[in-house]
Write a protein that binds this ligand. Structure first.
Ligand SMILES: Nc1ncnc2c1ncn2[C@@H]1O[C@H](COP(=O)(O)OP(=O)(O)OP(=O)(O)O)[C@@H](O)[C@H]1O
Ligand SMILES: [Mg+2]
Length: 290
């Protein structure tokens, strides 16, 4: 279970989410999925200024950290186990507060919508897939007809429309993870935070979900922060990869991934892709010795 996730039904991240912003606020024309408009966001930018997080135990997870993330970016976070990646995501999500420094969202919409996806899908076993996907809308008081329609649309987007009436126990691990992704996307977030979401899945399923996530990002335009331990996943998914040192987390490398926007399996064997993986590997090694 995710460290620090206190609620038994894991409602905390959803209770803190704002309702989706007004679709008409976007200058982009809405795309349609399942007959329902899908809000295209420009994402939100994030600025961390001298952010520091230490615990009463004496553990310093984040050393004073400066980091600017542009609106609509897809950024991968890498670093040794225990270096502070999850802590950083929780700080950005507002689930935890820094001891020093500040986190601001310059130029973002007045009502920020963010969603958090954990490694464990955290589905409610007594609820059907549709009701799980609709949960954040239910928690924000949206009526049943609308939340059903929106949950169905997003289940369609992740390829699970046929499984809407099933219970989580009737799904594979990859399907459960897609429900978790659908539940995060149903609020049409400006910022999507994912903490090793596909780590427990087999390679094929993971690659399939990587493709789906990237396609959703390209379609919707939200800002995505994605924690992973897998170099190839970071290189494949992200436009920018940030490698942290061992605890307390400091930035060892901050790379723009200059790979083609359209990615498919064949890119993985190209010299450019392999060079990115190697560069991230070398940064990780440097960070371990930091
Ligand atoms: N609430 C807390 N109280 C005390 N220490 C904590 C707390 N949360 C995290 N830590 C400590 O902070 C450090 C960073 O933890 P964090 O979970 O952010 O690491 P991580 O980079 O996500 O690791 P992993 O890759 O294994 O998930 C660890 O030493 C952890 O034990
Ligand atoms: Mg972690």
């Amino acid at each position: 279970m995710e460290k620090g996730c206190r609620s038994r039904i894991h409602a905390e991240p959803y209770e803190r989410m704002s309702p989706p912003a007004n679709p008409s606020a976007s200058s982009e024309p809405p795309e349609r999925a399942n007959g329902l408009p899908t809000r295209r966001t420009t994402g939100i930018g994030i600025t961390l200024t001298a952010v520091r997080r230490f615990f009463k135990t004496g553990v310093e997870a984040i050393a004073p950290l400066d980091l600017a993330i542009e609106a609509g970016a897809f950024v991968a976070f890498l670093g040794p186990s225990g270096c502070g990646k999850s802590t950083l995501l929780r700080l950005i999500a507002g689930l935890d507060q820094p001891n020093e420094g500040s986190i601001t969202f310059p130029g973002g919409p007045a009502k920020r919508a963010l969603a958090f996806v954990f490694q464990d899908p955290h589905l409610l076993p007594w609820r059907r897939v549709l009701e799980n996907a609709a949960l954040p809308l239910e928690l924000t008081g949206i009526g049943k007809p609308e939340r059903t329609e929106r949950a169905l649309a997003v289940l369609e987007e992740v390829g699970l429309a046929d499984a809407a009436q099933r219970f989580p126990r009737e799904l594979s691990g990859g399907m459960r993870m897609r429900v978790s992704l659908a539940r995060a996307l149903v609020t049409e977030p400006d910022l999507l935070l994912l903490d090793e979401p596909f780590a427990a899945l087999d390679e094929l399923t993971r690659r399939h979900l990587d493709d789906q996530l990237r396609a959703l990002w390209q379609k919707r335009g939200m800002t995505v922060l994605f924690v992973t331990h897998t170099l190839s996943e970071a290189s494949y998914l992200a436009e920018r990869a940030i490698v942290f040192s061992k605890r307390p987390a400091r930035i060892v490398a901050d790379r723009r991934l200059t790979l083609p926007a359209e990615r498919n399996f064949s890119i993985r064997s190209t010299p450019a892709f392999l060079a990115e993986e190697q560069a991230l590997y070398e940064a990780l090694v440097r960070g371990e010795g930091a």
